[in-house]
Design a protein around this ligand. Sequence first.
Ligand SMILES: Nc1ncnc2c1ncn2[C@@H]1O[C@H](COP(=O)(O)OP(=O)(O)O)[C@@H](O)[C@H]1O
Ligand SMILES: [Mg+2]
Length: 256
Amino acid sequence: MKSLEIRDLTVALTASPEQPIVKGLSLTINTGEVHAIMGPNGTGKSTLSKAIAGHPDYQITGGDVLIDGESILEMEPDERARAGIFLAFQYPAEIPGVSIANFLRAAEQARLAEGENVDAAAYYKRLYAKMDDLKIDRKFTARSVNEGFSGGEKKRCEILQMAMLEPTFALMDETDSGLDIDALKVVAEGVNRLRGERLGVMMITHYQRLLDYIIPDFVHVMYDGRIVKSGDKSLALEMEAKGYDWVKEELATASA
Ligand SMILES: Nc1ncnc2c1ncn2[C@@H]1O[C@H](COP(=O)(O)OP(=O)(O)O)[C@@H](O)[C@H]1O
Ligand SMILES: [Mg+2]
């Protein structure tokens, strides 16, 4: 078992480091676990995932992030990826003229030491095996990355990327706005196929709907840069029924 430990983390924009967005957040994700993070818009969910992945716009101003007890804060984003972290993007970029097959192969190549090369035959064998597992049509890999993709196709590309990279910790940031039911199911089926002993998942979502398809082991409610409630899947249903204002009221009562 491996662990991703987020310890009392504070994150700010690199451009304004004195104003925290994530305000002392602690969470440990072990391999084999799926953690859902819910919370209203603007509460710092995307900031959290990007800061862990090492996005340059965000600065970690306090606390630590550790994999198996080793801090990753000094690592560059590519080193963090090699250490097993995968960040799925909320708004994926289009890369016209670059096929999915070549894109994934370049990603594979980037992880090798200098002078080593991806073995093409072995690469395609692996790619097609993963596609078969995920029930993705082989013709799909000839398409340019995200170009003219439907919501569902973007998600299929992302899940395939995740399957090929075999991360230890997947940080998935899903807005439900713009996620049609097809895309939602692609994400859910992909995560359900890939989840298991060797993968820990942090699934960020605004609505409970996605969690009808992915049953999380733990649910956390994030509010104003912190986790204010944790529980099992029933917490997601409770939040859906009561809304986030309920958390606000509860916090106000607690601090009064
Ligand atoms: N790159 C950025 N530039 C300016 N403000 C940002 C940026 N990223 C996040 N923020 C601000 O930080 C807060 C949290 O944003 P975000 O992490 O995207 O929240 P969530 O994903 O929970 O909706 C918001 O007020 C948002 O406007
Ligand atoms: Mg977000």
